[in-house]
Design a protein around this ligand. Structure first.
Ligand SMILES: NC(=O)c1ccc[n+]([C@@H]2O[C@H](COP(=O)([O-])OP(=O)(O)OC[C@H]3O[C@@H](n4cnc5c(N)ncnc54)[C@H](OP(=O)(O)O)[C@@H]3O)[C@@H](O)[C@H]2O)c1
Length: 292
């Protein structure tokens, strides 16, 4: 199987780079190989490579900057994913793409299902929702996996930020009114690969029959405040921490250009029922991430 991975240097893309070779021949593309904001380049590259499977781990993920860079966010998050889905249909390839909990407005009190109406509060969420629609319109054997609060121990994730702050401050303020499901990038890549591996005998028809949107996050829901406390408790280098007090505060204390949904946990039952796979509890994955 020939696989093209787009966005190889992101949190998720990095994990895929290491796991995908077990499934086939992988061509991994970073920004330097393919500028995803250029739809023509996206189309040309994929037509030339003729993969059996396309995984798009690239995205415009600067949530606050997206408020003023709407056109660029739309190209990367909506127009190009639509082109990827269209090429995949033309060449009988499978297309796997990731979307976000930020398509919802956060007014629910129970984890969102795929049937709940989307109503994004910010430009990033709007661009990702447009991407879902573009893929659904152009695509055939596609999976859109909506995920949330993605972290890895590389780069600028919330986990690394909390660990970094804990080494510089005696008091930390963390918002306690945003609720969601932390999702370890390694878990997300692994469970996606399991879906592929479980269907290799007839991947194209298997994915055609199951195409659509699925929610896929770490199991369970927590607040940013409780998540931060758990990160600090599991810190493998506890003696480096200076922090003595973690103060729960309202999001109003940290105004940001983009409004975030206050509750964005996703119900993953459809994914489990369809693929027979259970994402592990978010806290279990966090422990694995910090202790590995
Ligand atoms: N992070 C979260 O909390 C979160 C939550 C919900 C959903 N998601 C979704 O999950 C998926 C994976 O997210 P992630 O956290 O792994 O994202 P990430 O770490 O920000 O990675 C995104 C990747 O996209 C690449 N990229 C951006 N613009 C590009 C362009 N014009 N051309 C080529 N590549 C470009 C970036 O390249 P550079 O490395 O060169 O910058 C980066 O490697 C995305 O679809 C995201 O929307 C993420």
């Amino acid at each position: 199987m020939k696989i093209v991975l787009i966005g190889k240097n992101g949190q998720l893309g990095w994990e895929f780079q290491h796991i995908l070779p077990a499934l086939g021949n992988v061509v991994s593309l970073g920004r330097e190989d393919l500028d995803v904001s250029d739809q023509h380049a996206v189309q040309k590259t994929l037509m030339e490579l003729q993969p059996d499977l396309i995984i798009n781990a690239s995205a415009y993920t600067e949530v606050d900057l997206a408020e003023t860079q709407m056109a660029l966010a739309n190209k990367i998050n909506a127009l190009s994913p639509g082109v990827m889905a269209e090429v995949a249909r033309k060449i009988n390839s499978i297309f796997i793409h990731y979307s976000t909990d930020y398509v919802f407005d956060g007014k629910a009190s129970q984890p969102y299902t795929e049937k709940d109406a989307a109503n994004p509060l910010n430009e990033y969420g709007k661009s990702k929702l447009l991407g879902e629609a573009a893929i659904a319109q152009a695509g055939d054997a596609y999976l859109i996996l909506r995920t949330s609060w993605v972290y890895s121990l590389r780069g600028n994730s919330f986990v690394n930020k909390v660990l970094g702050w804990s080494r510089k401050n005696k008091t930390m303020k963390i918002v306690n009114d945003q609720f969601g499901s932390p999702t370890w990038a390694t878990m997300l890549a692994e469970i996606t690969c399991k879906v592929i591996a479980d269907h290799t005998t007839d991947l194209l028809n298997g994915m055609r029959a199951r195409h659509g949107i699925y929610h896929l996050t770490g199991n369970g829901c927590t607040s940013r405040y409780e998540w931060a406390k758990r990160i600090l408790a599991l810190d493998p280098n506890l003696t480096e921490q200076l922090v003595q007090t973690i103060e729960p505060v309202s999001s109003l204390e940290f105004p940001t250009p983009a409004v975030r949904p206050l509750f964005s946990a996703l119900n993953c039952e459809k994914f489990t029922a369809t693929f027979g796979l259970h994402p592990p509890d978010w806290a279990e994955s966090l422990q694995q991430a910090l202790r590995s």
